[in-house]
Design a binder for this molecule. Structure first.
Ligand SMILES: [Zn+2]
Length: 139
C-alpha cells in the first residue's frame, strides 16, 4: 500500500473512531497522521532543494563551452575558467586550472593542458589505429 493510500484510509478511520466514541484511539491515530505529515513535509523540502540543484546544474551546462581540451563558462558575456575537462566529465566538479607559462595545470587530477599558440581549439592528431584483419573461423 502506498503512503498516500495509507493517509486517505487513516483520515476516514479517525472519523469512524470519533463517531464510535473511541476518542482515545482517534487521538493516537491523529498523532500518527501528524507524524507522517511532518515526514512528508521534510521529504518534500529535500526534494525541492534537489530539483533546484539540478536546475542550477542545467543552467550551468548551458553556459559551458568546450574548447577542445578545457571548459569555459560564458555567462552573460563574462568568461571564466578554464576548468578541467577530466574532473568535470568524471566527477561533475569544476576545478579551475592553474596557469603556467606553457600549460594549464589541474591541482585535483594533476592533468596538464598544453597551451595552444593559435586560438583555443586544438585538433588532436591521433595515430591512426591499424585495423586488424578479421579473424576468419571458416575459410
Ligand atoms: Zn582535473
Amino acid at each position: 500500500m502506498s503512503k498516500k493510500n495509507l493517509h486517505a484510509t487513516n483520515f476516514r478511520k479517525v472519523l469512524e473512531l470519533f463517531n464510535e466514541g473511541r476518542d482515545r484511539e482517534a487521538e493516537s491515530l491523529l498523532r500518527i497522521i501528524q507524524e507522517d505529515y511532518l515526514n512528508m513535509y521534510e521529504e518534500n523540502k529535500e526534494l525541492r532543494s534537489q530539483v533546484k540543484e539540478v536546475a542550477e546544474i542545467l543552467d550551468l551546462a548551458e553556459c559551458m563551452e568546450f574548447d577542445g581540451q578545457k571548459y569555459w563558462i560564458d555567462e552573460d558575456n563574462e568568461k571564466t575558467g578554464p576548468y578541467c575537462q577530466v574532473c568535470y566529465d568524471r566527477d561533475g566538479v569544476l576545478i579551475r586550472l592553474q596557469e603556467r607559462s606553457k600549460h594549464w595545470e589541474c591541482y585535483s587530477c594533476q592533468n596538464l593542458f598544453v597551451k595552444m599558440p593559435t586560438g583555443n581549439f586544438i585538433h588532436k592528431s591521433r595515430p591512426k589505429k591499424e585495423l586488424k584483419p578479421l579473424l576468419r573461423l571458416f575459410s
